[in-house]
Design a protein around this ligand. Structure first.
Ligand SMILES: *[C@@H]1O[C@H](CO)[C@@H](O)[C@H](O)[C@H]1NC(C)=O
Ligand SMILES: *[C@@H]1O[C@H](CO)[C@@H](O)[C@H](O)[C@H]1NC(C)=O
Ligand SMILES: *[C@@H]1O[C@H](CO)[C@@H](O)[C@H](O)[C@H]1NC(C)=O
Length: 216
């Protein structure tokens, strides 16, 4: 009798754990880490390809919203309660695809940074493919919070419809620095703690806590 109830409890506990699984895995499934680490490897050469290969103080014209740094992430997390990490991750893909497209547009065919930029573009597309596959389709159809939707609309606006005042100038290197730092922050499970120190918010703590409570 005692044994029976123990196994029922054990079974219940396991079932609970399974039900909890999607929640636990929401931040970053491990299979996402492989393509992101590949991007991280490419980004380690960004000084050479995005600074040394360009004229001093060279800048390109980008959307204001394509400046997406750690400070933007902490601001958004602060201002929007219950902001889904997935929304920020999707924004990261969108922003950086736009940034890479704009960098590659200023590079002549034989420029030494051209193939580097192309490589980053397809690696980012690969990572996005994995990202999309890992999440149920309805996640991508969910309505975005208004403030995020506004940014989204700006990012996807036709370039010739963007008002003059919404353009910014930034160096390719600074844009790839943002690309790299925000990746470490939004996908912190894939990177060392030393790489994510400037990213204040640590979703992992909540996850471990809820798991500990359930297992008690
Ligand atoms: C990311 O790249 C940096 C070099 O820029 C390297 O030191 C670090 O170990 C890499 N992280 C991972 C998890 O591959
Ligand atoms: C580049 O920018 C720095 C800092 O703004 C400035 O001191 C320097 O003179 C600039 N160099 C050139 C070649 O424009
Ligand atoms: C990030 O913040 C800057 C201002 O610091 C702003 O111009 C930019 O649009 C923000 N980026 C996003 C994606 O909201």
């Amino acid at each position: 009798m005692v044994q029976w109830s123990t196994s029922v409890r054990l079974l219940g506990g396991l079932l609970g754990l399974f039900l909890l699984m999607p929640v636990l895995m929401a931040p970053t499934p491990p299979s996402m880490c492989t393509p992101l680490k590949t991007i991280n490897d490419s980004l380690s050469h960004r000084r050479r390809y995005m600074k040394h290969n360009f004229p001093v103080n060279y800048t390109i014209r980008i959307h204001r919203e394509e400046v997406f740094k750690l400070s933007n992430i902490s601001k958004m997390r602060l201002q929007m309660e219950e902001l889904d990490e997935l929304v920020l991750q999707r924004m990261w893909f969108l922003v950086n695809q736009g940034v890479l497209k704009k960098i590659s547009r200023v590079l002549p065919e034989r420029h030494p940074s051209r193939s580097y930029t192309a490589e980053l573009e397809w690696r980012l597309r690969d990572a996005e493919g994995v990202f999309v596959e890992l999440h149920p389709a309805e996640v991508f159809q969910r309505e975005l919070p208004d403030a995020i939707q506004d940014i989204w609309d700006c990012l996807t606006e036709e370039p010739d419809r963007v008002p003059e005042t919404s353009w910014r100038f930034a160096s390719p290197k600074s844009l790839l620095d943002n690309f790299c730092h925000t990746m470490h922050c939004l996908f912190s499970e894939c990177f060392e703690a030393t790489e994510t120190t400037d990213c204040e918010y640590k979703p992992r703590i909540h996850v471990t806590h809820s798991l500990a409570t359930t297992l008690k």
